[in-house]
Ligand binder design. Structure first.
Ligand code: PMP
Length: 404
Protein backbone atom coordinates (compact mmCIF):
# COMPACT_ATOMS: atom_id res chain seq x y z
CA UNK A 1 0.00 0.00 0.00
CA UNK A 2 1.38 3.41 -0.98
CA UNK A 3 0.70 5.85 1.86
CA UNK A 4 1.69 8.87 -0.27
CA UNK A 5 -1.07 7.99 -2.74
CA UNK A 6 -3.56 7.54 0.09
CA UNK A 7 -2.56 10.85 1.70
CA UNK A 8 -3.04 12.67 -1.58
CA UNK A 9 -6.73 11.74 -1.41
CA UNK A 10 -7.13 13.66 1.88
CA UNK A 11 -6.73 17.40 1.21
CA UNK A 12 -6.91 18.41 4.89
CA UNK A 13 -3.70 16.55 5.72
CA UNK A 14 -1.64 18.76 3.45
CA UNK A 15 -1.34 21.78 5.72
CA UNK A 16 0.76 23.31 8.45
CA UNK A 17 -0.39 24.29 11.94
CA UNK A 18 1.74 26.72 13.96
CA UNK A 19 4.23 26.52 11.08
CA UNK A 20 4.62 22.74 11.50
CA UNK A 21 3.29 19.97 9.26
CA UNK A 22 -0.01 18.75 10.66
CA UNK A 23 0.22 15.32 12.27
CA UNK A 24 -3.34 14.16 12.79
CA UNK A 25 -3.51 11.48 15.48
CA UNK A 26 -7.09 12.05 16.68
CA UNK A 27 -8.65 9.49 14.39
CA UNK A 28 -10.61 7.69 17.10
CA UNK A 29 -12.55 10.93 17.60
CA UNK A 30 -13.14 11.40 13.90
CA UNK A 31 -11.28 10.41 10.76
CA UNK A 32 -10.52 12.82 7.94
CA UNK A 33 -12.49 12.54 4.69
CA UNK A 34 -11.14 11.68 1.26
CA UNK A 35 -11.90 14.08 -1.60
CA UNK A 36 -14.40 11.56 -3.02
CA UNK A 37 -16.55 11.89 0.12
CA UNK A 38 -16.36 15.70 0.04
CA UNK A 39 -17.18 15.66 -3.69
CA UNK A 40 -20.19 13.44 -3.14
CA UNK A 41 -21.60 15.81 -0.53
CA UNK A 42 -21.01 18.71 -2.88
CA UNK A 43 -22.54 16.81 -5.83
CA UNK A 44 -25.66 16.03 -3.82
CA UNK A 45 -26.30 19.65 -2.89
CA UNK A 46 -25.27 20.92 -6.32
CA UNK A 47 -27.25 18.53 -8.49
CA UNK A 48 -29.61 16.30 -6.53
CA UNK A 49 -30.94 18.00 -3.40
CA UNK A 50 -34.53 16.92 -2.75
CA UNK A 51 -36.51 15.05 -0.17
CA UNK A 52 -36.57 11.28 -0.58
CA UNK A 53 -39.37 8.71 -0.77
CA UNK A 54 -42.15 11.28 -1.27
CA UNK A 55 -41.57 13.38 -4.33
CA UNK A 56 -43.12 12.59 -7.70
CA UNK A 57 -40.32 14.37 -9.54
CA UNK A 58 -37.00 13.44 -11.11
CA UNK A 59 -34.66 14.75 -8.41
CA UNK A 60 -36.58 13.07 -5.60
CA UNK A 61 -36.57 9.78 -7.49
CA UNK A 62 -32.82 10.00 -8.14
CA UNK A 63 -32.02 10.93 -4.53
CA UNK A 64 -34.23 8.09 -3.27
CA UNK A 65 -32.55 5.60 -5.56
CA UNK A 66 -29.08 6.63 -4.38
CA UNK A 67 -30.17 6.63 -0.74
CA UNK A 68 -31.44 3.06 -1.08
CA UNK A 69 -28.28 2.09 -3.00
CA UNK A 70 -26.28 3.16 0.03
CA UNK A 71 -28.43 0.98 2.25
CA UNK A 72 -27.53 -1.98 0.06
CA UNK A 73 -23.85 -0.98 0.11
CA UNK A 74 -23.94 -0.92 3.93
CA UNK A 75 -25.77 -4.26 3.99
CA UNK A 76 -23.04 -5.80 1.89
CA UNK A 77 -20.27 -4.00 3.84
CA UNK A 78 -21.34 -5.60 7.15
CA UNK A 79 -22.85 -8.70 5.54
CA UNK A 80 -26.37 -8.25 6.89
CA UNK A 81 -28.95 -10.75 5.67
CA UNK A 82 -31.46 -8.10 4.55
CA UNK A 83 -31.12 -4.45 3.49
CA UNK A 84 -34.13 -3.58 5.67
CA UNK A 85 -32.03 -4.55 8.69
CA UNK A 86 -29.93 -1.42 8.02
CA UNK A 87 -31.41 1.67 9.70
CA UNK A 88 -29.85 5.07 9.05
CA UNK A 89 -29.39 7.25 12.13
CA UNK A 90 -27.30 10.30 13.03
CA UNK A 91 -24.51 8.16 14.49
CA UNK A 92 -23.60 5.50 17.03
CA UNK A 93 -25.09 7.52 19.89
CA UNK A 94 -28.47 7.73 18.22
CA UNK A 95 -28.28 4.07 17.15
CA UNK A 96 -27.76 2.90 20.74
CA UNK A 97 -30.40 5.28 22.08
CA UNK A 98 -32.83 3.90 19.52
CA UNK A 99 -32.23 0.32 20.65
CA UNK A 100 -32.20 1.13 24.37
CA UNK A 101 -35.48 3.05 24.08
CA UNK A 102 -37.32 0.76 21.68
CA UNK A 103 -35.98 -2.62 22.84
CA UNK A 104 -36.42 -1.35 26.40
CA UNK A 105 -40.06 -0.52 25.80
CA UNK A 106 -40.70 -3.95 24.29
CA UNK A 107 -38.67 -6.17 26.59
CA UNK A 108 -37.50 -4.45 29.82
CA UNK A 109 -39.61 -4.86 32.92
CA UNK A 110 -39.33 -4.35 36.67
CA UNK A 111 -36.59 -6.57 38.10
CA UNK A 112 -34.89 -7.20 34.75
CA UNK A 113 -31.17 -6.76 34.16
CA UNK A 114 -28.98 -5.27 31.43
CA UNK A 115 -25.32 -6.29 31.19
CA UNK A 116 -22.71 -3.95 29.71
CA UNK A 117 -18.92 -3.96 30.06
CA UNK A 118 -16.92 -1.73 32.38
CA UNK A 119 -15.03 -0.30 29.40
CA UNK A 120 -17.98 1.25 27.56
CA UNK A 121 -18.17 4.71 26.04
CA UNK A 122 -20.74 6.85 27.85
CA UNK A 123 -23.02 6.38 24.85
CA UNK A 124 -23.27 2.68 25.62
CA UNK A 125 -23.83 3.33 29.34
CA UNK A 126 -26.21 6.26 29.72
CA UNK A 127 -28.92 5.10 27.26
CA UNK A 128 -29.09 1.81 29.20
CA UNK A 129 -29.20 3.65 32.53
CA UNK A 130 -32.11 5.70 31.21
CA UNK A 131 -33.88 2.56 30.00
CA UNK A 132 -33.26 0.81 33.32
CA UNK A 133 -34.62 3.80 35.26
CA UNK A 134 -37.67 3.92 33.03
CA UNK A 135 -38.52 0.24 33.44
CA UNK A 136 -37.21 -0.58 36.93
CA UNK A 137 -34.30 -2.69 35.67
CA UNK A 138 -30.72 -2.95 36.94
CA UNK A 139 -27.44 -2.37 35.11
CA UNK A 140 -24.57 -4.84 35.66
CA UNK A 141 -21.01 -4.67 34.33
CA UNK A 142 -18.41 -7.13 33.04
CA UNK A 143 -15.06 -6.19 34.63
CA UNK A 144 -11.69 -5.93 32.87
CA UNK A 145 -8.13 -6.40 34.08
CA UNK A 146 -5.24 -3.91 34.29
CA UNK A 147 -4.10 -4.74 30.77
CA UNK A 148 -7.52 -3.75 29.52
CA UNK A 149 -8.72 -7.29 28.74
CA UNK A 150 -12.36 -8.05 29.41
CA UNK A 151 -12.93 -10.77 32.03
CA UNK A 152 -15.10 -12.88 29.79
CA UNK A 153 -15.09 -15.72 32.34
CA UNK A 154 -17.13 -13.46 34.60
CA UNK A 155 -19.87 -13.16 31.98
CA UNK A 156 -21.78 -16.41 32.57
CA UNK A 157 -22.04 -15.53 36.27
CA UNK A 158 -23.57 -12.14 35.39
CA UNK A 159 -26.32 -13.67 33.27
CA UNK A 160 -29.51 -15.06 34.73
CA UNK A 161 -33.20 -15.44 33.91
CA UNK A 162 -33.69 -11.67 34.42
CA UNK A 163 -31.02 -10.61 31.89
CA UNK A 164 -32.66 -9.07 28.82
CA UNK A 165 -29.67 -7.86 26.78
CA UNK A 166 -25.87 -7.68 26.75
CA UNK A 167 -24.37 -4.48 25.26
CA UNK A 168 -20.61 -4.26 24.67
CA UNK A 169 -18.21 -2.42 22.46
CA UNK A 170 -16.32 -4.25 19.74
CA UNK A 171 -13.27 -2.06 20.37
CA UNK A 172 -12.62 0.24 23.31
CA UNK A 173 -12.06 3.84 22.22
CA UNK A 174 -9.75 4.44 25.19
CA UNK A 175 -7.84 1.17 25.50
CA UNK A 176 -7.98 -0.10 21.92
CA UNK A 177 -8.93 -3.57 23.19
CA UNK A 178 -10.69 -5.76 20.61
CA UNK A 179 -13.35 -7.64 22.52
CA UNK A 180 -14.22 -11.27 21.67
CA UNK A 181 -17.69 -10.53 20.34
CA UNK A 182 -18.35 -13.96 18.83
CA UNK A 183 -17.57 -15.60 22.22
CA UNK A 184 -19.76 -13.10 24.07
CA UNK A 185 -22.59 -13.80 21.62
CA UNK A 186 -22.20 -17.56 22.07
CA UNK A 187 -22.42 -17.25 25.85
CA UNK A 188 -25.39 -14.85 25.75
CA UNK A 189 -27.28 -16.71 23.03
CA UNK A 190 -26.94 -20.00 24.91
CA UNK A 191 -29.32 -18.29 27.37
CA UNK A 192 -31.42 -16.65 24.62
CA UNK A 193 -30.11 -13.20 25.48
CA UNK A 194 -29.55 -10.81 22.54
CA UNK A 195 -26.31 -8.85 22.13
CA UNK A 196 -25.83 -5.25 20.99
CA UNK A 197 -22.39 -4.29 19.74
CA UNK A 198 -21.09 -0.72 19.74
CA UNK A 199 -18.90 -0.90 16.66
CA UNK A 200 -17.92 2.79 16.54
CA UNK A 201 -14.22 2.00 16.94
CA UNK A 202 -14.14 -1.24 14.97
CA UNK A 203 -15.78 -0.40 11.68
CA UNK A 204 -12.81 1.46 10.15
CA UNK A 205 -10.19 -1.03 11.32
CA UNK A 206 -11.41 -4.53 10.53
CA UNK A 207 -13.82 -6.54 8.42
CA UNK A 208 -17.13 -6.56 10.26
CA UNK A 209 -19.47 -9.43 9.45
CA UNK A 210 -22.59 -9.23 11.57
CA UNK A 211 -23.69 -12.73 10.64
CA UNK A 212 -20.31 -14.25 11.53
CA UNK A 213 -20.29 -12.30 14.81
CA UNK A 214 -23.85 -13.47 15.41
CA UNK A 215 -24.81 -10.22 17.16
CA UNK A 216 -28.36 -8.89 17.19
CA UNK A 217 -27.53 -5.18 16.87
CA UNK A 218 -24.42 -3.48 15.53
CA UNK A 219 -24.05 0.32 15.72
CA UNK A 220 -21.54 2.65 14.08
CA UNK A 221 -20.90 6.21 12.87
CA UNK A 222 -20.02 7.39 9.36
CA UNK A 223 -17.57 10.03 10.55
CA UNK A 224 -15.24 7.48 12.15
CA UNK A 225 -14.91 5.53 8.89
CA UNK A 226 -13.80 8.31 6.51
CA UNK A 227 -17.41 9.35 5.95
CA UNK A 228 -19.33 12.49 6.86
CA UNK A 229 -20.67 13.52 10.25
CA UNK A 230 -24.43 13.33 10.64
CA UNK A 231 -24.97 9.74 9.53
CA UNK A 232 -24.70 6.44 11.35
CA UNK A 233 -26.08 2.95 11.15
CA UNK A 234 -28.05 0.67 13.39
CA UNK A 235 -28.04 -2.89 12.11
CA UNK A 236 -30.68 -4.98 13.82
CA UNK A 237 -31.82 -8.53 13.26
CA UNK A 238 -35.17 -8.52 11.44
CA UNK A 239 -36.88 -10.78 13.94
CA UNK A 240 -36.14 -8.37 16.82
CA UNK A 241 -36.78 -5.19 14.84
CA UNK A 242 -40.23 -6.52 13.92
CA UNK A 243 -41.06 -6.87 17.61
CA UNK A 244 -39.78 -3.42 18.61
CA UNK A 245 -41.96 -0.29 18.62
CA UNK A 246 -40.92 2.85 16.68
CA UNK A 247 -38.31 5.05 18.33
CA UNK A 248 -39.60 8.37 17.03
CA UNK A 249 -42.94 9.25 15.50
CA UNK A 250 -43.40 11.44 12.45
CA UNK A 251 -43.40 11.35 8.69
CA UNK A 252 -42.19 8.31 6.77
CA UNK A 253 -42.51 5.82 9.65
CA UNK A 254 -46.28 5.44 9.25
CA UNK A 255 -48.64 3.54 6.98
CA UNK A 256 -51.86 5.29 7.99
CA UNK A 257 -52.65 7.96 10.51
CA UNK A 258 -56.00 8.88 11.99
CA UNK A 259 -56.61 10.66 15.28
CA UNK A 260 -57.77 7.36 16.72
CA UNK A 261 -54.96 5.13 15.55
CA UNK A 262 -51.74 4.95 13.56
CA UNK A 263 -50.31 1.94 11.79
CA UNK A 264 -46.57 1.81 11.23
CA UNK A 265 -44.55 1.46 8.08
CA UNK A 266 -42.54 -1.67 7.37
CA UNK A 267 -38.80 -2.03 8.03
CA UNK A 268 -36.56 -0.11 7.72
CA UNK A 269 -38.85 2.95 7.47
CA UNK A 270 -40.55 2.22 10.80
CA UNK A 271 -37.33 3.43 12.44
CA UNK A 272 -36.55 6.36 10.12
CA UNK A 273 -38.97 9.11 11.10
CA UNK A 274 -38.61 12.46 9.39
CA UNK A 275 -36.20 13.73 6.76
CA UNK A 276 -32.86 11.94 7.02
CA UNK A 277 -29.48 13.49 6.24
CA UNK A 278 -29.64 12.36 2.61
CA UNK A 279 -26.40 13.96 1.43
CA UNK A 280 -24.47 12.41 4.31
CA UNK A 281 -25.94 8.99 3.56
CA UNK A 282 -24.88 9.27 -0.08
CA UNK A 283 -21.39 10.36 0.95
CA UNK A 284 -21.19 7.37 3.30
CA UNK A 285 -21.24 5.18 0.22
CA UNK A 286 -18.19 7.03 -1.09
CA UNK A 287 -16.44 6.31 2.24
CA UNK A 288 -17.31 2.62 1.97
CA UNK A 289 -16.00 2.59 -1.60
CA UNK A 290 -12.77 4.20 -0.38
CA UNK A 291 -12.31 1.52 2.30
CA UNK A 292 -13.08 -1.31 -0.10
CA UNK A 293 -10.74 0.06 -2.78
CA UNK A 294 -7.95 0.51 -0.22
CA UNK A 295 -8.63 -2.96 1.17
CA UNK A 296 -9.62 -3.49 4.79
CA UNK A 297 -6.80 -6.00 5.29
CA UNK A 298 -4.32 -3.42 3.97
CA UNK A 299 -5.72 -0.79 6.32
CA UNK A 300 -5.47 -3.17 9.28
CA UNK A 301 -1.91 -4.27 8.42
CA UNK A 302 -0.70 -0.68 8.01
CA UNK A 303 -2.29 0.45 11.27
CA UNK A 304 -0.80 -2.52 13.12
CA UNK A 305 2.65 -1.63 11.86
CA UNK A 306 2.21 1.95 13.08
CA UNK A 307 0.83 0.84 16.45
CA UNK A 308 3.57 -1.73 17.12
CA UNK A 309 6.25 0.76 16.12
CA UNK A 310 4.77 3.62 18.16
CA UNK A 311 4.34 1.39 21.22
CA UNK A 312 7.95 0.23 21.12
CA UNK A 313 9.27 3.77 20.58
CA UNK A 314 7.13 5.34 23.30
CA UNK A 315 8.13 2.70 25.83
CA UNK A 316 11.76 3.84 25.55
CA UNK A 317 10.83 7.29 26.92
CA UNK A 318 11.35 7.69 30.67
CA UNK A 319 8.12 8.16 32.59
CA UNK A 320 5.72 6.92 29.87
CA UNK A 321 2.78 4.90 31.22
CA UNK A 322 0.60 3.02 28.73
CA UNK A 323 -3.06 2.22 29.43
CA UNK A 324 -4.53 -0.59 27.37
CA UNK A 325 -1.95 -3.22 26.54
CA UNK A 326 -4.27 -6.05 25.50
CA UNK A 327 -2.63 -8.49 23.06
CA UNK A 328 -5.50 -7.97 20.66
CA UNK A 329 -5.90 -4.24 20.07
CA UNK A 330 -6.42 -1.63 17.36
CA UNK A 331 -4.45 1.52 16.63
CA UNK A 332 -5.15 3.41 19.85
CA UNK A 333 -2.35 4.34 22.25
CA UNK A 334 -3.44 5.84 25.56
CA UNK A 335 -0.67 7.13 27.77
CA UNK A 336 0.49 9.52 30.46
CA UNK A 337 3.88 11.01 31.18
CA UNK A 338 4.38 10.22 34.86
CA UNK A 339 1.64 12.06 36.72
CA UNK A 340 1.58 15.00 34.34
CA UNK A 341 -1.90 16.16 33.48
CA UNK A 342 -2.88 14.82 30.03
CA UNK A 343 -4.06 18.27 28.99
CA UNK A 344 -0.57 19.72 29.49
CA UNK A 345 0.97 17.02 27.32
CA UNK A 346 -1.71 17.48 24.67
CA UNK A 347 -1.24 21.25 24.60
CA UNK A 348 2.52 20.97 24.16
CA UNK A 349 2.08 18.37 21.41
CA UNK A 350 -0.42 20.64 19.70
CA UNK A 351 2.11 23.46 19.54
CA UNK A 352 4.41 21.04 17.72
CA UNK A 353 1.68 20.35 15.16
CA UNK A 354 0.57 17.00 16.62
CA UNK A 355 -3.16 16.57 17.20
CA UNK A 356 -4.06 14.09 19.96
CA UNK A 357 -7.03 13.70 22.27
CA UNK A 358 -6.78 14.31 26.01
CA UNK A 359 -9.21 13.65 28.82
CA UNK A 360 -11.51 10.83 29.82
CA UNK A 361 -12.60 10.11 26.23
CA UNK A 362 -16.22 9.68 27.42
CA UNK A 363 -15.14 6.66 29.47
CA UNK A 364 -15.02 7.99 33.02
CA UNK A 365 -15.41 4.52 34.61
CA UNK A 366 -12.16 3.45 32.89
CA UNK A 367 -10.38 6.46 34.41
CA UNK A 368 -11.84 5.62 37.82
CA UNK A 369 -10.51 2.08 37.58
CA UNK A 370 -6.97 3.32 36.92
CA UNK A 371 -7.33 6.24 39.37
CA UNK A 372 -6.31 8.82 36.76
CA UNK A 373 -8.04 11.98 35.49
CA UNK A 374 -7.61 11.03 31.85
CA UNK A 375 -5.06 10.00 29.27
CA UNK A 376 -3.42 11.34 26.16
CA UNK A 377 -4.68 9.32 23.21
CA UNK A 378 -2.92 8.98 19.88
CA UNK A 379 -4.95 7.00 17.38
CA UNK A 380 -3.87 6.09 13.87
CA UNK A 381 -5.64 5.76 10.55
CA UNK A 382 -4.66 4.45 7.15
CA UNK A 383 -3.08 7.76 6.03
CA UNK A 384 -0.69 8.06 8.98
CA UNK A 385 3.00 7.34 8.48
CA UNK A 386 6.02 5.99 10.33
CA UNK A 387 7.57 9.48 9.95
CA UNK A 388 4.62 10.96 11.82
CA UNK A 389 5.11 8.42 14.61
CA UNK A 390 8.76 9.50 14.70
CA UNK A 391 7.57 13.09 15.08
CA UNK A 392 5.40 12.05 18.04
CA UNK A 393 8.32 10.20 19.60
CA UNK A 394 10.68 13.16 19.13
CA UNK A 395 8.11 15.56 20.57
CA UNK A 396 7.46 13.40 23.63
CA UNK A 397 11.17 12.96 24.18
CA UNK A 398 11.40 16.77 24.32
CA UNK A 399 8.29 17.24 26.42
CA UNK A 400 8.75 14.47 28.99
CA UNK A 401 11.65 16.03 30.93
CA UNK A 402 9.69 19.32 31.17
CA UNK A 403 6.60 17.62 32.64
CA UNK A 404 8.19 15.02 34.90
N1 PMP B 1 -18.93 4.42 21.12
C1 PMP B 1 -17.60 4.51 21.02
C2 PMP B 1 -16.76 3.33 21.38
C3 PMP B 1 -17.02 5.69 20.56
O1 PMP B 1 -15.70 5.79 20.45
C4 PMP B 1 -17.86 6.78 20.21
C5 PMP B 1 -17.29 8.09 19.73
N2 PMP B 1 -16.22 8.57 20.46
C6 PMP B 1 -19.23 6.62 20.34
C7 PMP B 1 -19.73 5.43 20.79
C8 PMP B 1 -20.18 7.71 19.97
O2 PMP B 1 -20.13 7.97 18.62
P1 PMP B 1 -20.86 9.25 17.99
O3 PMP B 1 -20.39 10.43 18.80
O4 PMP B 1 -20.39 9.28 16.59
O5 PMP B 1 -22.31 9.04 18.13
Amino acid sequence: MNTDNIRSLFPILNQQVYGKPLVYFDNAATTQKPQAVIDELCRYYTTLNSNIHRGAHYLAAQATEKYEETRIAVQSFVNARHSHEIIFTRGTTESINLVAASFGQAFLHEGDEVVISAMEHHSNIVPWQLACQRHGATLRTIPFNDQGVLDIEALPGLLNEHTRIVAVNHVSNTLGTINPIADIVTIAHSRNIPVLVDGAQAISHMKVDVQALGCDFYCFSGHKMYGPMGVGVMYGREELLEKMPPYQGGGEMIKEVTFEQTTYNELPFKFEAGTPSVGDVLALKAAIDFMLQTGIDNIAAHEKELTDYATSRLLTIDGIRLFGTAPDKTSVISFLIGNAHPYDTGTLLDKLGIAVRTGHHCTQPIMDKYGIPGTVRASFAVYNTIEEVDALYAALKRIAPILL
